[in-house]
Design a protein. Structure first.
Lengths: 669, 168
């Protein structure tokens, strides 16, 4: 049997295999370094630099040192960097080209560190030449392209939230529009008033009215002719006066119309700032750049920046979790039956191409600019990082817990990124309790949240390229302050003095790149209430002041005619009185003459009446005497008739008594 | 091509035992018909180097079978598909799949499994047939060929010397 063994061959085999293994192990570190830098750079769109990768054998492990992942938008900064990563490896899967890492521990993890050299990807010369050719071929339309490029550049710059001054400068405000309208109207009315002013009498003319009127009324009317003469002069003066009165009336009308029109326009102008504010609030309400804008508007660039950075990280990580390329290759393999395919079976020990079972590290929490010192650390544990979740049949899980927290009671972030089957679903939960905020810029009129204790809970779900985020924050023991000396800053600060606690609720849904974001806060209500009260008071003062000034300005536009206008008003009153007096006097003279004629007629009438009355009295006396005589005769006749009637009644009575006595006698007799 | 033919005849005409030559051709089935960069081929190489297998026959056979593999691959894939998708064998494959070692052999690859199975099936027949051919050639054809005048003339010519150099 031994004679069948070829010892030299056996030794040669062992030597060759050992040599290959040694070479492989020696080359593995540099090869992996190259692979990580090449494919990592392609994945993140910026340089990924690795200082060294070395292999350990007991247990099989990999130590990666000095890793820097550049920020493609800021090549002199790192998105993330760490000093050392120690990863244990499973040996057999490695023979198959599968990198299975049971555990990775990172140390010295930091975000946003400065780089000593640019992290921009170096474009291949060939690609550069191609791009140059493309540029040359489209040279004719280059002006348009450059315009669009500059627009794109502007658009990207536009992601940075503009300041309030920039917003006011770029927006067509109603306040400006109505203000200009008011100014134009004022000029127009001034012209009309100036024309009307030119037609009214001057001061000398007004004095003449009085002199002439006094001359007319001086002394008594000598006779009717004198009266008529004066009346004629008065009528002429009155006609002239009426003409001047008409001119004054026209001027009054012009001034009145101007006041009405300017008042209306002033009213619109007065409401314009509120409308502008509402419009701007609606317009700059988290569109385009997503959740970052409103957050930045309310809570300054810092917090807005964090939201933006978080979304950027998500956009980088998310595509890496679903191995679309591998799936496409798999499909291609299925189509090319000649190359065969791998058939997978149910397994308790799945074997994807790349799998980090547990990644853990501790990192410093990012500090707010205003804070002094470290906020604390966060211990991050990520499970099941792979580009083939369908193979391991488990989603990636994230757990971040705050440690050694200085200004927080607790911090917990959990996340599940499930890309096992389409549509993928990624969800994150944030729970932050007792966060002591100090000197947080609010990005508005220099306002700062000097101190507050915040509790924040948030839930974010990303699926089918869309997001659904809901967040709630409760800010207790809030104290605000500003160093700005503007009116708005002072008033805002005064209003905020009464705010002790407030809530902020935010929601964002829709497409990942352009979500519909809303942010509600009872701070708005509280501020509105307090601020409106102060503002109304100040606004009323301001309105009165402005009205007065505008009226003054309106009159001032009349220049030297202002006093004359006042004089005109006085003169108008004086003329009216004199006119009334004149008419009264005239009426008085006429009535004296007529009274005289009437007195004579009355005397004649009285005399005639007395005569008639005397005749009437005599006639009446005669009638009365006659009537008395007739009455006496009638009475005498009546007395005689009455006596005769009585005598007859006595006679009949006696006859009846005798008859009665005769009958009695007949009965007893 | 001349190189191949020269080597082949030198091998046949050499003093290597027919059994070693046949074993070389049989092992060559695995290297030629199955995907080269596979773990099982490391084992094949181990046997080829450790056992007195004729290396000439092995490398020659590997080259020949690698050419034949282009035609055999569809059959290998069909065999692999059939075996891996056979419900009766599912439990076995699933059990093997749980092991990192077996998966390192990529047994669940249709082409690999099919071609390995075909190689195993052909191993013994190849061993017997090739041994028979070599023995028969040496006993009958080689001796007959050497007795021919033309053969003697060729052996004496410069062409034959050149041919011999090619075969070395």
């Amino acid at each position: 049997m031994i004679k069948w063994i070829r010892w030299s061959g056996l030794a040669g085999f062992v030597v060759v295999v050992a040599l290959i293994a040694a070479l492989w192990l020696l080359a593995l570190g540099p090869l992996m370094k190259m692979a990580v830098e090449k494919y990592g750079s392609e994945a993140v769109g910026a340089q990924v630099n690795v200082e060294d990768i070395s292999l350990g054998f007991n247990p099989l492990s990999l130590t990666v040192t000095g890793v820097q992942v550049a920020d493609k938008n800021a090549p002199m900064e790192n998105v993330v960097s760490f000093d050392t990563a120690v990863a244990t490896l499973e040996a057999f899967p490695l023979l198959l080209g599968h990198i299975i890492v049971p555990d990775v521990t990172l140390s010295g993890v930091a975000l946003g560190t400065q780089r000593s050299f640019s992290g921009e990807l170096v474009v291949e010369e060939q690609e550069e030449e191609e791009s140059k050719e493309e540029t040359a071929s489209t040279d004719e339309g280059s002006s348009n392209n450059s315009d669009s490029d500059s627009e794109t550049a502007e658009a990207s710059e536009g992601d940075i939230l503009p300041s309030s001054d920039e917003i006011l400068a770029r927006e067509n405000l109603l306040t400006t529009q109505y203000g200009k309208d008011l100014e134009d109207s004022y000029k127009q009315h001034k012209q009309t008033i100036d024309t009307a002013l030119a037609n009214i009498p001057n001061e000398d003319a007004l004095k003449n009215y009085e002199t002439e009127l006094n001359n007319i009324l001086k002394g008594k009317f000598k006779n009717l002719e004198d009266f008529k003469q004066r009346k004629k002069e008065f009528d002429a003066l009155n006609a002239k006066f009426k003409q001047d009165k008409l001119a004054i009336a026209e001027l009054t009308k012009a001034v009145k119309e101007s006041k009405t029109d300017l008042n209306q326009k002033w009213s619109k102008l007065k409401d314009a700032p509120a409308q502008d504010f509402a419009n701007l609030k609606g317009k700059y309400k988290l569109d385009g750049a997503g959740a970052t804008n409103l957050a930045a508007l309310l809570f300054g660039d810092d917090v807005g920046g964090y939201a933006k950075t978080a979304l950027e990280y998500y956009e980088i990580v998310s595509p890496l979790l679903s191995d679309d390329e591998a799936k496409a290759e798999m499909q291609e393999l299925k189509d090319k039956r000649l190359e065969g395919r791998l058939v997978h079976f149910k397994s308790d020990n799945p074997l994807p191409e790349f799998w980090i079972k547990t990644l853990s590290f501790t990192m410093q929490l990012p500090e707010l600019e205003q804070d002094t010192g470290s906020v604390g650390e966060v211990a991050v544990k990520v499970q099941d990082i792979t580009n083939q979740q369908d193979v391991i049949n488990a989603p990636m899980r994230l757990l971040a817990t705050g440690e050694n927290l200085k200004n927080m009671d607790s911090l917990k972030i959990t996340g599940v990124m499930d890309h096992r089957k389409p549509p993928s679903k990624d969800s994150f939960d944030l729970n932050l309790q007792g966060w002591q905020l100090t000197n947080v810029k609010l990005g508005l009129v220099g306002l700062k949240l000097v101190s507050s204790k915040a509790s924040v809970t948030a839930k974010a779900v990303f699926t089918k390229g869309e997001m659904d985020v809901v967040g709630n924050g409760l800010f207790k023991q809030a104290k605000f302050d500003t160093k700005d000396t503007t009116f708005v800053a002072k008033e805002m600060n005064a209003a905020l003095k009464n705010v002790n606690q407030f809530t902020v609720s935010t929601s964002a849904n829709g497409e990942l790149k352009s979500p519909n974001v809303s942010l509600r806060s009872d701070l708005d209500k509280q501020l509105n209430s307090a601020f409106n009260k102060r503002l109304k008071q100040k606004q009323a003062e301001l309105e009165d002041d402005l009205k007065e000034k505008i009226n003054e300005q309106l009159l001032a536009y009349g220049g030297d005619y202002t006093e004359q206008l006042k004089q005109l008003n006085l003169t108008e009153g004086s003329l009216k009185e004199k006119s009334k007096e004149l008419e009264k006097l005239a009426k008085s003279e006429i009535s004296t003459y007529e009274a005289q004629l009437k007195a004579e007629a009355d005397a004649e009438k009285a005399r005639a009446k007395a005569k008639v009355d005397a005749e009437k009295a005599r006639m009446k006396a005669d009638a009365d005497a006659k009537e008395a005589e007739e009455k006496a005769k009638i009475d005498a006749e009546k007395a005689r008739a009455k006596a005769k009637l009585k005598a007859e009644e006595e006679r009949k009575k006696k006859e009846l008594e005798e008859k009665a006595k005769a009958k009695l006698k007949g009965l007893f007799g | 091509m001349f190189n191949f033919v020269g080597k082949f005849f030198k091998l046949l005409n050499g003093d290597a035992s027919p059994g070693q030559i046949a074993l070389g051709f049989s092992f060559a089935l695995f290297i030629g018909l199955t995907p080269f960069f596979s773990l099982h081929n490391l084992i094949i190489f181990f046997f080829v180097f450790a056992i007195r297998v004729n290396l000439g026959a092995f490398f020659l056979g590997s080259a020949v079978f690698a050419l034949l593999a282009f035609g055999i691959d569809p059959l290998s894939i069909k065999v692999g598909e059939y075996l891996l998708n056979n419900p009766d064998l599912l439990s076995m494959w699933t059990e093997l799949y749980q092991s990192d070692v077996w998966r390192a052999f990529k047994f669940n690859h249709t082409l690999l499994l099919g071609s390995v199975v075909i190689s195993i099936l052909l191993f013994i027949p190849m061993l017997i047939i090739s041994r028979f051919i070599v023995s028969t050639y040496r006993v009958r054809i080689m001796k007959w060929f050497e007795k021919l005048k033309i053969s003697k003339m060729l052996k004496a010519s410069k062409f034959y010397k050149y041919y011999e150099r090619l075969g070395e």
